[in-house]
Design a protein around this ligand. Structure first.
Ligand SMILES: *Cc1c(COP(=O)(O)O)cnc(C)c1O
Length: 379
């Protein structure tokens, strides 16, 4: 049986909701389904204001515009993350100051942030890797002390909590993703969460090409025009219809993913105890939203060999991430600091197949593949 790395979940209602959106006669942005999605998130998580966007990348770009990043401003970003976490700020001319990962898990090391702050620092951008929470107590305390903005890259962190408070509700602004590799999907798609009220009005404008069209449609003004910079960040209601069919099944999705996560964890414990690799550590204060399952190999060579071994068995496991501080685009701009924990995880981390329809049989096949690799090393 071939086991892919990911397979998009479908609730079964996506096509009929899309048909409904089409029949409603309004399929541009902010239609019926977009409003349903907005209410879902505001009601379930108590977010002050949410706006669907075309991607998490776009939500991050909106955030960079909203906090008014200017050329030369510095933004503190983890190096172990997806490019968009940094790119959104680079587009506004920011200098990215990369912070290393923790020693025992890939999230940004909050204890290393304060030393990076200068008079030009504008924001800190924590990314919750694998959905696991960064240390939001320390990060918010530093941000408050130095009067900095916090933008959470919560792309992987839907329905997760830090010390009982939902992720995405800590930062002034937060960005989520509904890309097909995430827990809840719309193909491409994202969401901006606005926790600091001062940004709500402008967020609507930036998302609507710099116009006050949203206020116009609410009847608050009698004509709309160009009032600020902006772009087209709102998704079609077709996308929102797809997303809403997923959101209605969020609890089912999460329950199933948690079982899949636990199965890997239980089955791989013996090999981990024998020292062949380490299992993910859920950081203190964080819940687990079962976004992904990864193992940390003992070195790069072993990870490469294990990946090939699994591939021969038709199992697709993939690494994460190439460090941004040594990327082709940023290496010359980086200040040269060695980020050894980031490099450590970049060389050793391997993500295992993880998706809603992954059966126990398939999971056992993955576990057997991993066991056969390490047992062969013992002989
Ligand atoms: C998936 C992801 C993104 C990008 O999401 P898009 O919706 O594809 O733009 C950004 N940051 C992180 C950490 C991600 O995992």
């Amino acid at each position: 049986m071939k086991i892919p790395f990911n397979k998009p979940y479908l609730s079964g209602d996506e096509a009929s909701y899309i048909a409904e959106a089409v029949q409603s006669g309004k399929i541009s942005g902010d239609g019926i389904f977009t409003k349903k999605c907005h209410s879902f998130f505001e009601d379930k998580y108590g977010f002050k204001k949410v706006l669907l966007t075309t991607s998490c990348t776009d939500a991050l770009e909106m955030a960079a515009m909203l906090i008014d990043v200017q050329p030369g401003d510095e933004v503190i970003v983890p190096s172990f993350t997806f490019v968009s976490t940094a790119n959104a700020f680079v587009l506004r001319g920011a200098k990215i100051v990369f912070v290393d990962s923790c020693q025992d898990q890939p999230n940004m090391d909050a204890d290393k942030i304060e030393a990076l702050i200068t008079s030009k620092t504008k924001a800190i951008v924590p990314m919750h890797y694998a959905g696991f929470a960064c240390d939001m107590n320390k990060i918010m305390a530093i941000a408050n002390k130095y009067n900095l903005f916090v933008i959470e890259d919560a792309a992987q962190a839907i329905d997760n909590y830090f010390e009982g408070k939902v992720l995405g509700s800590f930062g002034h602004l937060s960005a989520f993703s509904f890309h097909e590799t995430k827990n809840v999907i719309s193909g491409e798609g994202g969401m901006l969460v606005i926790n600091d009220e001062q940004f709500i009005g402008r967020a609507e404008i930036v998302r609507e090409k710099g116009t006050n069209r949203s206020a116009f449609f609410r009847g608050e003004i009698d004509k709309y025009g160009w009032v600020d910079m902006g772009s087209s960040f709102l998704p079609s209601d077709i996308i929102a219809a797809f997303l809403y069919a997923q959101l209605e099944n969020l609890d089912i999705i999460q329950r199933k993913r948690k079982l899949i996560w636990k199965y890997y964890s239980d089955q791989l414990q013996t090999l981990a105890d024998a020292g062949f690799f380490t299992l993910p550590i859920v950081p203190p204060g964080s819940e687990n939203n079962a976004h992904m399952y990864y193992m940390v190999c003992n070195n790069l060579e072993e990870r490469t060999a294990l990946t090939s071994h699994l591939k021969e068995m038709d199992i697709h496991a993939v690494f994460h991430y190439l460090p941004l501080h040594s990327s082709l685009f940023y290496v010359e701009k980086h200040d040269g600091r060695i980020l050894s924990n980031c490099d450590f995880f970049s060389d050793r981390l391997l993500r295992l197949p993880f998706f809603f329809e992954l059966s126990t049989e398939m999971q056992q096949q993955v576990v057997n593949g991993i066991s056969s690799f390490y047992n062969a090393k013992l002989k």
